[in-house]
Structure formats: structure tokens, C-alpha cells
Design a protein around this ligand. Structure first.
Ligand code: TYD
Ligand code: MG
Length: 456
């Protein structure tokens, strides 16, 4: 292996450097913290000021208004849902990290998107995991046009960069970053040092040449995102795949986006013909019950820039345990405990001898407080074994004092509920519209007691 730069070992705790790896840092005494890294050439000291000039000689301090930003150019990927999470299309020269569990559909999504993108931009798919034959087979099975998409199977970053510098693709996919290595380091591919350094070199290339770059990153089993997490600050956009293995639905969420809204959600369904876009996601997260069942409540949440109807289910059951269970899937557990306390203090309904289970249908994760009121109503409905009306949707934040607080974009949520045929909406009083909405009974509540009364 050719060695161009000097490698050193840096302690992740104290930053001390050592020429050789050791189990314990000689400086701070921490164990197992030395990681391989590339030594940077020292900057040349500027004699006059005792500071460093070095590379900064060429840099200039400018006034903000003098900096003319070129308009960011966007290329549509041919998949609306992907464009949506990217903030309205792929920005040239941007670096996008796509993370997710192995087998969730990252390669499938990128092969599909790239085959479509190749019609507009020279595209190159670099795979370190699959052979060219495997990729071609998959593309054929998915019925993708393959005339324009070029493939490369290679794992050495230096060789990839030498090739793409000649080929100059407009969009480049690297699948997956854990399989690539740079010759500057001796650690194995997939190690934190390799992942970071390989990505840094690729990102530098993308920025210098204006190439759009997709990096695929596997998330490790323990949820320790050893690979992708260390890259999040280097890239412009971070997309994560969510979804349960048993369900065909795949959600792609923007966690970070320098060119668009975060928490934007793209919804896909995995079929035998690859990933299909789901244009009307509200419909899939509502399980239509033949008869209304107790413990189910429809919540109007918001994902990025669009409202979404989701079903929350609760099961309240007599607990045999001294410490009854509080289990929340797709919602925050601490928030559930807090809501139960509020329900007790301000609603007068005690559940300290009951197990409470909570689930959001379809594997969606809801993180916003607008889910508070629906959660309480679902819990209450299960506790009393009394179904909520089938045409009821709701949203609203619950405060510790038992007040129902308004949430952003109330009007839009109300319209989404109306669009899907809900006839009754319980919402925070401050979110209630001044004008009546056609065909919808709007019930504005300001206290938790009023919300409970509205059900009776
Ligand atoms: P893949 O994109 O290879 O996952 P990743 O790159 O994230 O590891 O997805 C593989 C899974 O998707 C595999 O379990 C099979 C499934 N799949 C389908 O159900 N239909 C299809 O058309 C394709 C291509 C894959
Ligand atoms: Mg893959």
C-alpha cells in the first residue's frame, strides 16, 4: 500500500497524539481511545505576528453583501418523494448521506433514482458491496433503463477519485461508505477513521468539481451509528430510512438539510418492482376498522411541510406489577408518563395500577407535542373501553397545568382532516378558525377537562 501522508494515533478523549497504537492513552490514561488519523502538514508560522499564515494567505475576509451566491441549481431526480426530502430536487455539488438498516432499500432507491437521473446528468454508481452483474440483474428486474447509467465496482478511494476526475459524472453514488478505504490509513474499511477520511476526500472532490454525491451508510445493529453518525457534520443533507421489516412501507426522513426543510418525509412502499412512491400517505397510516374499536384515535401530525393523518392506538390493562408498564412505540415514553400524570392531576383519572401500551400505526415516529391530546384520548378510550367516534380527528399539545396549547399550522391540519372525510375535530381553542369550515364540527378546547367532556 502506498503511503502518502503520515499516520498518527489520536486520543478521542484528550486529543493527545501518539506515533503508535496502544491500549491506553499515555497522556490521560483512558483505555481504548487511540484512533488512527492522518497527520496534517504543519502550517507555516508567519514570523511577523507570531501567528500562522500558511494556507490562509489566499483566503480573504469579505463583506457578506459582496458575496454573490449563484442560484442553487436543482435537478429533479424523477421521483417526487425523493425530491421532496431533498428540498425540491438534487442540488448540484451537494453531498447527501443516506443511512438505514441493512436491507431496508437504500441501494434499491439509489439505483432507481440514478437510472432516472442518468437521462439528465452523466451518472455513475460505484458499488463496494455488489458485483456489476448483481446490480444489472436488479435493474433489469425493476425494469429500469440501463443505457445511460454507468457502473464501477471498486473500493479504493484514490482509484475511484482518479477515475471520476477523468469521467466527470454530474451525480455520483457510493454504496456503501463502510466498504471504501483510503490508502492513507492502515485501519480496516469500516473503521471510524477510514469512514471519516474516505468520506472527507470524496466530499472535497464533490465540492471542488460541483458533483452531486450520494453516500450510503449502514447503521449498525446496536443503533450505534458508528459509520454514518461521524459523517453527519460533513455532508449537506442527511436522510434516514425508517420502517418496520414486516411492513412494506419505507419512510425516508431528512434529519439535516442545508437546502430544504428538515423532518421532511418521503413515503415509499417496497414492492416486487422496487420502491413505489406513495403520493397520499395519510391514507396508509389509517387502519380502517369495520367497527370502531376502543383505544384508537386519529392524530393530525405534520411531517416537514405536509400534514399527515396517523392512527394512535392505546391499550390500558390492569397491571399485575408493582411498577406498571409504560410502553410507547413511535412516541416518547417520558412524554407518556407525563401525560398520565397530567390526566390524574387535572382530569381526575388515575392509572397507577394499569399497564399502558401505546403504538403509532404504520411504524411512523411522531416527535411533536401535537400528539399529546390524541394520546390522552386514546388512553382514555381504552381505559373506559369506549370507542371514539369514527369521524373524529384531533391534535393539540397538553401542558403540565392541564391546559391545551396551540400547535403550529392548525388551519392546515384542520383542512387535511376535512379532506379525508373527518366530520369532527377536537383541537386547541387557540387553533380554532374564526370562520366555520364546511362539513366539519370544530371543537375548540382549552383545558383537559373540556376535552374529556367533549367525548361524553
Ligand atoms: P436493498 O436496497 O438491497 O437494501 P440496502 O441497500 O438498504 O441494504 O434492499 C434489499 C431488500 O429489498 C431485500 O430484502 C429485498 C427487498 N426488495 C424487494 O422487496 N423488491 C425489490 O424489487 C427489490 C429490488 C428489493
Ligand atoms: Mg445495499
Amino acid at each position: 500500500m502506498a503511503k502518502s501522508a503520515k499516520t498518527i494515533y489520536v486520543c478521542t478523549e484528550c486529543g493527545a497524539q501518539a506515533p503508535k497504537w496502544a491500549g491506553q492513552c499515555g497522556d490521560c490514561g483512558a483505555w481504548n481511545t487511540l484512533q488512527e488519523s492522518v497527520a496534517l502538514p504543519p502550517a507555516k508560522p508567519d514570523g511577523r505576528f507570531g501567528g500562522y499564515a500558511g494556507e490562509t494567505d489566499t483566503a480573504q475576509i469579505r463583506v457578506l453583501s459582496d458575496v454573490v451566491a449563484e442560484r442553487t441549481e436543482r435537478v429533479t431526480t424523477g421521483m417526487d418523494e425523493l425530491d421532496r426530502v431533498l428540498g425540491g430536487g438534487l442540488v448540484t455539488g451537494s453531498v447527501v448521506l443516506i443511512g438505514g438498516d441493512p436491507g431496508i432499500g437504500k441501494s434499491t432507491l439509489l439505483v432507481q433514482a440514478l437510472a432516472l437521473l442518468a437521462e439528465r446528468l452523466p451518472a455513475l454508481y460505484v458499488s463496494g458491496e455488489e458485483s456489476a452483474e448483481q446490480i444489472s440483474l436488479r435493474a433489469q428486474r425493476l425494469g429500469l433503463p440501463g443505457e445511460r447509467l454507468r457502473l464501477l465496482t471498486e473500493t479504493c478511494v484514490e482509484r475511484i477519485l482518479a477515475l471520476v476526475a477523468r469521467e466527470r459524472p454530474g451525480v455520483l453514488v457510493l454504496d456503501s461508505i463502510q466498504t471504501f478505504y483510503t490508502e492513507a490509513l492502515q485501519s480496516a474499511p469500516g473503521s471510524v477513521a477510514q469512514v471519516r477520511e474516505s468520506a472527507a476526500r470524496l466530499v472535497r472532490f464533490a465540492k471542488q468539481t460541483g458533483t452531486a454525491l450520494f453516500l450510503v451508510g449502514h447503521v449498525t445493529k446496536e443503533g450505534a451509528l458508528a459509520g454514518p453518525r461521524v459523517l453527519e457534520h460533513m455532508v449537506d443533507t442527511v436522510l434516514y430510512f425508517e420502517g418496520e421489516s414486516g411492513s412494506p412501507f419505507r419512510l425516508v426522513r431528512a434529519i439535516k438539510n442545508r437546502f430544504g426543510a428538515v423532518n421532511e418525509l418521503g413515503v415509499f412502499a417496497m414492492t416486487d418492482k422496487g420502491l413505489r412512491e406513495v403520493a397520499n400517505p395519510s391514507a396508509i397510516f389509517l387502519s380502517r376498522h369495520e367497527h370502531q374499536v376502543a383505544g384508537s384515535c386519529i392524530l393530525v401530525t405534520r411531517e416537514g411541510t405536509r400534514p399527515l393523518l396517523v392512527e394512535v392506538q392505546a391499550l390500558v390493562d390492569q397491571s399485575p406489577l408493582a411498577n406498571p408498564r409504560r410502553v410507547a412505540l413511535g412516541l416518547e415514553q417520558n412524554r407518556l408518563s407525563m401525560l398520565l400524570a397530567v390526566l390524574h392531576r387535572h382530569g381526575g383519572i388515575a392509572m397507577f395500577d394499569q399497564d399502558v401500551f401505546l403504538n403509532v400505526v404504520g411504524g411512523v415516529r411522531v416527535t411533536e407535542p401535537a400528539a399529546d391530546l390524541p394520546v390522552l384520548l386514546a388512553v382514555l378510550s381504552s381505559f373506559r373501553d369506549r370507542p371514539l367516534p369514527g369521524d373524529l380527528a384531533t391534535f393539540g399539545e397538553v401542558g403540565l397545568a392541564g391546559e391545551i396549547r396551540p400547535v403550529p399550522n392548525g388551519q392546515e391540519r384542520l383542512r387535511e382532516a376535512a379532506k379525508h372525510g373527518f366530520k369532527r375535530v377536537i383541537l386547541p381553542k387557540a387553533n380554532a378558525p374564526k370562520k366555520a369550515v364546511d362539513g366539519v364540527e370544530v371543537i375548540g378546547v382549552s383545558r383537559i377537562g373540556e376535552a374529556i367532556e367533549a367525548l361524553d
